[in-house]
Write a protein that binds this ligand. Structure first.
Ligand code: GLN
Length: 478
């Protein structure tokens, strides 16, 4: 029999249903895999081996017995949750995030915490206080970020399912660079309650999985209205597995002319263009569209996101959570020293940028202006969706880069989000799926975007492409 860790959630579900395998056997197989590999990959910041002693009893749960790795910024009751930051060391939330509660209610088993860029600030998983995670396809390269631990663990079969969070691309970009599936839901589709906030108007939790079907299964469990999150939207959640039809006849796919310009790697461009031709062969209609404000997306995001982050991070002052600098001379000294020692460089950069943009005299010039441009970017999508049902772009302009390559050049790091950021600014859903490899055997990802609350179209298009290609079945040699 194939090792259980190699299987998807839906394959394991079928075996569990027929009593061919038990949840504890799945966990044992995973723990062995993690023990063998994670010293090299470093996807986990905490493994909760005790979960094997608390296998859920609800055999009827939709995800009964399926292991899930949780990004370290999502609260799991009584389990240390640090956002990859020294400032939260020792913080054990007294409650489960809504997504965790829903997963547990359906019998899924959280197995540990995944590495991430500190407070989800980054695109490479290098700003974590635990050190970088490695890309399973090439251990000298980054896995992408900020949900790099979740994506690397899926790619290396160290977990069956994973949760990530996406503020400007943090689910899709690492999924793309690790050759796996990552979905950012519509803003408001999945509750943010218990997600430690980065930029509250952009953040969404979503699945990172081995294939599209597993992403649909996870969405069936985590999506839906939550009274604990005032931005969660009360719209019925469809059964997403019904969209897995392998039929895209008549689907109108928009290709934005602004996304295939200079700076994009030739191999990425050619894989994505091939994908467009394939989708056309499979019955879709391709339409050229324009998203004229695309060029302003990165600058807009790097005002709005740090502004909200600086406000959200004000609460980490050594009083209520995690790390506190001892031996301070007075209260102010304690605040200053806790924050100076607790936050890493990128977090400090964001706090400085954000505080500056929000300060009197600059608010109108930066923050308010950025919000106006954000509306323009959203209107671009509203107009484009008059002529198409979904939009296709590359997920990332390049495949995985080398560890250390961009650490001293924040601007070039920020540009790696150029294709993912607009979806967060506009609040629309987007998925990244594998669409090829570079000559150096690094995965390339394809991004599909759809109208608000139309995750079904994403699943339909993504599943059709995945099933006609099979890139998701390739595994790194480890
Ligand atoms: N890489 C982007 C940033 O650094 C997006 C991060 C994210 O989505 N959390 O802000």
């Amino acid at each position: 029999m194939q090792e259980p860790y190699l299987l998807t959630a839906h394959e394991l579900q079928a075996k569990i249903g027929k009593d061919e395998i038990s949840p504890s056997k799945i966990l044992e197989s995973l723990f062995k895999r993690i023990g063998d590999l994670d010293k090299r990959i470093k996807a986990f910041v905490r493994l909760n081996e005790e979960c094997i002693l608390k296998i859920p009893e609800n055999k009827k749960g939709k995800l009964y017995g399926i292991p899930v790795l949780v990004k370290d910024n999502i609260c799991v009751k009584d389990e240390e949750t640090t956002c990859g930051s020294k400032i939260l060391k020792g913080f054990k939330p007294p409650y489960d995030a809504t997504v965790i509660k829903r997963l547990k209610d359906e019998g899924a088993i959280p197995i540990g915490k995944a590495n991430m860029d500190e407070f989800a600030f980054g695109s490479s998983c290098e700003t974590s206080c635990y050190g970088p995670t490695k890309n399973p396809w090439d251990l000298e390269r980054i896995p992408g970020g900020s949900s790099g631990g979740s994506a690397a663990a899926i790619a290396s079969d160290e977990t069956i399912l994973a949760l990530g969070s996406d503020t400007g691309g943090s689910i899709r970009q690492p999924a793309s660079l690790c050759g796996v599936v990552g979905l950012k839901p519509t803003y408001g589709r999945v509750s943010r309650y218990g997600l430690i906030a980065f930029a509250s108007s952009l953040d969404q939790i979503g699945p990172i999985t081995k294939d599209v079907q597993d992403a649909a299964l996870m969405m069936n469990t985590i999506a839906g209205y939550d009274e604990m999150d005032s931005t969660s939207v009360d719209i019925a959640v469809p059964d997403y597995t019904r969209s897995l039809t392998k039929d895209i006849k008549g689907l109108r796919i928009g290709v934005p002319k602004e996304y295939f310009i200079e700076g994009i790697d030739k191999e990425v461009e050619s894989s994505v263009k091939k994908a467009v031709f394939l989708l056309k062969d499979l019955g879709a209609t391709i339409v050229e569209i324009s998203l004229p404000h695309t060029q302003y997306a990165v600058s807009t995001y790097y005002i709005v996101a740090p502004a909200e982050a600086s406000s959200n991070l004000a609460r980490f002052d050594g009083v209520q959570y995690g790390f506190r600098f001892e031996n301070a001379s007075d209260l102010i000294d304690m605040y200053i020293k806790t924050r100076s020692k607790g936050f890493g460089n990128e977090a400090k950069r964001r706090i400085l940028l954000g505080t500056y943009c929000l300060s009197t005299g600059y608010y109108d010039a930066y923050y308010l202006k950025a919000q106006k441009v954000r509306t323009k970017i959203k209107e671009d999508f509203d107009n484009a969706f008059k002529n198409c049902d979904c939009i296709i772009t590359p997920t990332s302009p390049t495949a995985a880069f080398k560890i250390g390559e961009k650490m001293d050049d924040p601007l070039s790091m920020y540009l790696s989000d150029i294709f993912t950021i607009s979806a967060n600014l506009a609040g629309i859903p987007a998925i990244s799926i594998p669409c090829g490899f570079t000559k150096g055997n690094l995965p390339i990802g394809l991004q599909i975007l759809a109208k608000p609350f139309d995750e079904e179209t994403l699943f339909r298009a993504a599943y059709t492409f995945e099933q006609s290609t099979g890139f998701h079945r390739e595994n790194p040699k480890l």
